[in-house]
Every structure is written in C-alpha cells, then in structure tokens.
Design a protein around this ligand. Structure first.
Ligand SMILES: [Ca+2]
Length: 351
C-alpha cells in the first residue's frame, strides 16, 4: 500500500472526500480537518511531546479509504462459532504454539509465576492475534489511526485518543511514527495492542529499558500477562463450564454477550440449561450457545476468566478461539488442562 503512486493516492483521497464532503485538500491529507488536527496536536503537546515533531508527523499521515472499508467487515461481527473456529484452530497454529513456548520457555514460566496467567493462554493470544508474530499487520499505524480519527463516522473520538497515545509512544521511543506498522485498526506488534493499551499495560519484561512489542517476543509475553492480571485474571480459576440444554437455544436467554457475567445459573436452569459441574444457583455466568458445523448447539457457561479474555477483544468468538487454542496447545504439550474447564475431566464426557 505504501508503494501506491501519488496520483493513485489522490484518487482515493478524492473518493473518500466525496463521501465525507471534504472541502479541499492542501498540504497533508488531513488538511481539510485542520481544526481537529490542531486540537489533537494541542492535546498531545501538553504531554511533553514537541509541537514541531507532532506537526511533522501529521504532515506525513496519509488518508486510507481501505481502512474505513475494512472496519465495516471485521470477521467477528458476521460469523458463527464453527466458521470462526476453523480460522484459528488449524494444526499448524497448534504445533507452532508448542514450539513457540519451547523457544521462550523461561519467559513463559515467568509470566505464569508473576501474573498467574497460564502459559498456554498467553501463547494462544499470540497465536490468534499474529500467528506468534508472523503476521503483525502491514498498515502504517499513523495512516490507519489518522484516517479513523478524522473520518470514522461514529468512533472518531475513540480513534483520536488512540492516535494521541500512538504519537506519545513513538515520541517516547524515539522512532519515526511513519515507520511503525500494524493492523488496519491500529493494533500493534506481537500482541496487537492498541496504543492506549500499549501505553497502559506494556511491560519491559526482558529489562533492556524499552517496552518493545513490535519486535521483542519477551516483552510481548510479559505484557499479555500484565494485561490479563490488570483485568483481574484469577490465578487457577477455570475459564468456563460445560452445560447441557435444549436442541435449539431458548429465546428467553440473551446468549453470547461479551459482558461481565450477567445471567444467574438459576435463570439458566429455568430455561432448561444445566451446568455439567458444580455451580451455585446464584453464580453469574456468560451463557454461550455455540453453533456447531452440524447445526447442533454446544452450551457453555463463561466464568470470570472468560470475561477477562473478552477485555482483550470484545467478542465471545475471540475468547472462545483463545480458550480452545490454549486447550489444544496444552493437550499437545501433555499438560493438564483442567483449569480451562471446570468439567474437563468429568466422566470423560469431553474428548
Ligand atoms: Ca524490553
């Protein structure tokens, strides 16, 4: 994309402008939004970032229509579990997770010890996000976030906050903002942290003085552990519990919401959904009705740690993918996986 000719870029910019009614485009793609750009520069400069450096950075930002297009087509908003599962649960991703843990054994053991997050859960996040660092995104973060900050209809304010944090990080680390790559939505490095998460939760896990999630897997491993711990991961607690229920999901239950556990076990029992293990009536869970390839429904009850995974990416499908990949990696390593599911070993019901 960065190799696109100047004229092609202008054609795209003009196409974008037709949609958003840009008045004109002078120097810098975001000149038509100069009031908002200036407000952002004012704000970031109060954080100790040099104003001339910020102005120069924003001059280099390019409008990217494809970023806006991609935002409306994100997979987790249009898929059901068996389709989504197929994307992330391939044999190669499982095997590579096992190897990745072996390669960074000491860091993985340390992250579990210091933050209480299982080795396989941290590895699975890396596996789902970037295939363990293989695919970290090739969009210039400066372009993606500028485009979303000044042209996204409903979430511009959110992305202006991300762009501000991104500029602070680049300035702090002494790197050219235009050189940093990430996803179309501005997620960066091995763990695909958005800039505000980077600023708040990244840790220097190898103690070299830099929090580097772009090229340092050790910092990435520690930062995922810190992120989960800060979002109240419970050391040693299960992620979910299996349940049995009717052939089609009862309409009286609001399933699959990536929210703090919101339905009591008593309410689920009333709807014909029964936990397979011990759970008190008053326990709140996230009820999951997972569509299988054969059309049947697999019921699960997401517990507090399931909710914590959705704080990383606000989608029950995402949390399911991380959990299932972690289980598969643990199984291949010959490690017990009883802390994933409260009922994993009950009467051999799960394979
Ligand atoms: Ca470091």
């Amino acid at each position: 994309m960065t190799g696109m000719s100047r004229s092609a870029r202008w054609a795209r910019l003009v196409a974008g402008c037709l949609v958003v009614s840009c008045a004109s485009a002078t120097a810098g793609d975001f000149a038509p939004r100069q009031g908002e750009v200036k407000a952002l520069i004012d704000e970031v400069s109060t954080q100790g970032v040099d104003r001339a450096w910020l102005e120069d950075a924003m001059q280099q930002a390019d409008y990217r229509q494809e970023v806006l297009d991609a935002m409306s087509g994100a997979a987790e908003y249009h898929m059901v579990w068996h389709d989504y599962r197929g994307i992330f649960l391939d044999e190669e991703r499982i095997a590579k997770g096992v190897r990745f843990i072996e390669q960074h054994q000491e860091s993985f053991e340390r992250v579990q010890r210091e933050y209480g997050v299982p080795v396989e859960v941290v590895a699975a996040v890396l596996g789902v996000e970037t295939r363990y660092g293989e695919i970290k995104g090739d969009h210039r973060v400066l372009d993606s976030l500028s485009t979303l900050a000044f042209h996204h209809e409903s979430r511009g304010s959110f992305f202006r906050g991300e762009l501000a944090a991104f500029l602070e990080i680049a300035h702090e680390q002494g790197v050219a903002p235009g050189s940093l790559k990430g996803s179309y939505a501005g997620a960066m490095g091995y763990p695909q942290f958005i800039p505000t998460s980077y600023r708040a939760y990244a840790v220097d896990f190898n103690d070299d003085g830099v929090r580097n999630l772009w090229t340092d897997p050790v910092d990435a491993i520690g930062s995922i552990g810190n992120y989960f711990a800060e979002h109240r991961w419970q050391d040693g607690a299960a992620i979910y519990q299996d349940a049995r229920g009717p052939a089609s999901a009862p309409a009286s239950v609001d399933f699959n919401q990536a929210q703090e556990p919101y339905v009591t076990v008593a309410e689920l029992r009333a709807a014909g959904i029964e936990p397979r293990g011990e759970l008190a009536d008053s326990t709140r869970v996230i009820p999951l009705a997972l569509e299988q390839a054969d059309g049947s429904i697999d019921y699960r009850l997401g517990l507090d740690n399931f909710y914590v995974i959705t704080r990383y990416n606000h989608s029950y499908l995402y949390a399911m993918a991380v959990t299932t990949l972690a289980e598969a990696i643990a199984a291949q390593r010959g490690e017990p996986d009883d802390w994933f599911s409260a009922t994993a070993f009950e009467a051999g019901e799960r394979s």
